[in-house]
Ligand binder design. Structure first.
Ligand code: PAF
Length: 289
């Protein structure tokens, strides 16, 4: 496995592979890798000849400086996991490599897709994600790029950015991997105390309740949200950032819950904010996942 830190080395490795007509799959990450990331790499290996992973904790996407400073790191463990997963190249840029002039005075913004969900409660987050992902796309020049559907809004925003800006890259959304009790895998889970970790399975249990409500024909988003919020707030350590029901394509609020509905939540357990989502569907609607 090749590990490189500079743009020059990365570009020359990619250039050589392209010259041999090898296709490149790319999974951008911020490290602290878990099984969810490994499934991105495996999906890449099944689609592309070479798999490239980047590990870079991107400062421009954190609206809370404390969150950035507390982001968990485990470089040795990450490299071992990449090697075991059969990754071909890991790109490990320094902050100065990605942002040689400091944070650029440049903003990417998609008013529709960023209006709701994390776009509402994490100002500047997706601007930073689009910026770093575009830069990485230019440096890696992949044929495919892989994003987890746990961060569904990020996946849709990148998909749309690639379409609008004509990046010649196929974006692939990879299903969420879950722990035994249903909690979505996330690098943030390690920050939970034992008690918070126990309580965190309120999220998958809330999805089970939501499915029942939806199947029983509850169409009023306000009533739906209130029932789900009451369920989550049965634990005193929970603070709800949002519970929203949106159209899975446009991410606009659903005024009535029918057809396909993306139920998305962001919940604090103590100081740790977790996000998750689930697609609710009537039997007659097509499966977009
Ligand atoms: O999902 C993430 O880990 C990050 O937002 C990404 C896509 C690596 C950009 O920094």
């Amino acid at each position: 496995m090749i590990v490189c830190e500079t743009r020059e080395e990365l570009k020359s490795r990619i250039f050589n592979w392209k010259k041999e007509n090898q296709t490149i799959g790319f999974a951008p990450t911020m490290g602290y890798l878990h099984a969810g990331h490994i499934s991105l790499f495996e999906t890449s290996k099944s689609k592309a000849d070479k798999t490239v992973v980047s590990i870079f904790v991107n400062p421009t996407q954190f609206n809370d400086p404390e969150d950035y400073l507390k982001y968990p790191l485990d470089l040795d463990g990450d490299l071992k996991k990449c090697e075991e997963a059969g990754v071909d190249l890991v790109f490990l840029p320094k902050k100065e490599t990605i942002y040689p002039d400091g944070n650029p005075d440049f903003v990417m913004f998609q008013s529709g897709l960023q209006k709701n969900l994390c776009g509402r409660t994490r100002p500047n987050h997706f601007e930073g994600v689009m910026l770093v992902v575009s830069k990485l796309f230019h440096l890696v020049n992949p044929d495919f790029a892989f994003f987890g559907r746990k961060d569904y809004q990020q996946f849709r925003i990148i998909e749309e950015m690639v379409r609008i800006l004509d990046f010649p890259i196929q974006i692939v959304g990879v299903p969420t991997l879950r722990e035994k009790d249903g909690l979505a895998m996330s690098s943030r889970n390690v920050r939970l105390t034992e008690k918070e970790r126990e309580n965190a399975n309120l999220i998958p249990r809330m999805f089970t309740l939501a499915e029942k409500l939806f199947k029983n024909g509850e169409k009023n988003p306000k009533v739906f949200h209130e029932i789900l919020a009451d369920f989550l707030l049965s634990s005193s350590s929970v603070k709800i950032d949002y519970i929203e029901t949106v159209d899975p394509h446009t991410l606009q609020e659903k005024l009535t819950l029918d057809g396909e509905v993306l139920l998305a939540v962001a919940v604090f357990f103590g100081k740790t904010r977790l996000i998750d989502n689930e697609l609710l569907r009537n039997f007659d609607s097509e499966n977009i996942f």
